[in-house]
Ligand binder design. Structure first.
Ligand code: PRP
Length: 231
């Protein structure tokens, strides 16, 4: 290892556990950033190091990733846009990674559509109370009662806890199997890269180089996908 590399400080990545982390690692691998240690599924280690490139990686609960990045415990994070909007942390959102695409929607049984037209006081269940509040209060100017749930949110209208839900829709099969549908779309979602505000200045060169390399791969892959559709 060269003296210069040894002096470089570690750039730390916080990755949201699960599919997003797997896809992020696959993307990083394409630009030559690998972490063999992390591929051992039996390992209980929480932090992994690439000594040569001076990168460190850790897996965290998705909703905690913006917190690690805001406080500088991680320089860079990868997390869904839903989490960024809900957590509202002081971080820079720098790149749409193009995977983990889905939509944040207001969903419910078809007749509940009517309840969204006339500013009625309705109950909204969600894992994302901030996103739900911002949408209903600031965009629709509708006063609603927001009920926080931690999962299986589709149960809300089925068991009579709420009139509608605000939740992520990917394939739509969870809604369909439970007799619910998308009533309104709030925003599109996908995996995003976020950066600590101080790191962006102090490590500008390394981070910009990383972002450019990622952008190049993402653009090339998108062009390839488009070509496949056209062909
Ligand atoms: C998410 C989301 C929906 C489902 C949407 O739940 O909250 O329930 O996925 O996916 P689909 O449109 O492809 O059916 P998740 O699996 O994260 O579990 P949760 O119910 O515990 O939130």
């Amino acid at each position: 290892m060269s003296g210069q590399t040894q002096d470089m400080r570690y750039l730390t990545f916080a990755l949201g556990k699960g599919r997003l982390a797997d896809k992020t690692l696959a993307l990083l691998e394409k630009i030559g950033i690998t972490c063999e240690e992390m591929k051992d599924k039996n390992s209980r280690k929480l932090i992994f190091v690439n000594e040569e490139l001076r990168f460190r990686f850790f897996l965290a609960k998705g909703s905690d990733v913006p917190t690690y990045v805001e406080y500088g415990a991680a320089d860079i994070g990868v997390v869904g846009r839903d989490t960024i909007l809900e957590e509202n942390r002081r971080v820079y959102e720098v790149l749409d990674l193009g995977f983990g695409k889905c939509r944040m929607c207001v969903c419910g049984p078809a007749p509940a559509k009517e309840l969204l037209q006339h500013h009625e006081m309705i109950r909204v269940a969600s894992k994302y109370p901030k996103i739900a509040k911002d949408y209903f209060y600031d965009q629709k100017h509708q006063t609603v009662d927001i009920i926080k749930l931690n999962g299986s949110v589709e149960l809300g209208p089925i068991v009579g806890l709420s009139d509608v839900i605000v939740d992520i829709v990917e394939t739509g099969s969870t809604l369909k199997e439970n007799g619910l549908e998308v009533l309104e779309e709030i925003c599109p979602l996908s995996a995003r890269m976020i950066v600590n505000q101080v790191s962006m200045k102090m490590e500008a060169e390394r981070i910009k180089k990383l972002l450019q390399a990622l952008k190049d791969v993402i653009t090339t892959e998108a062009n390839y996908e488009n070509r496949k559709i056209i062909d």
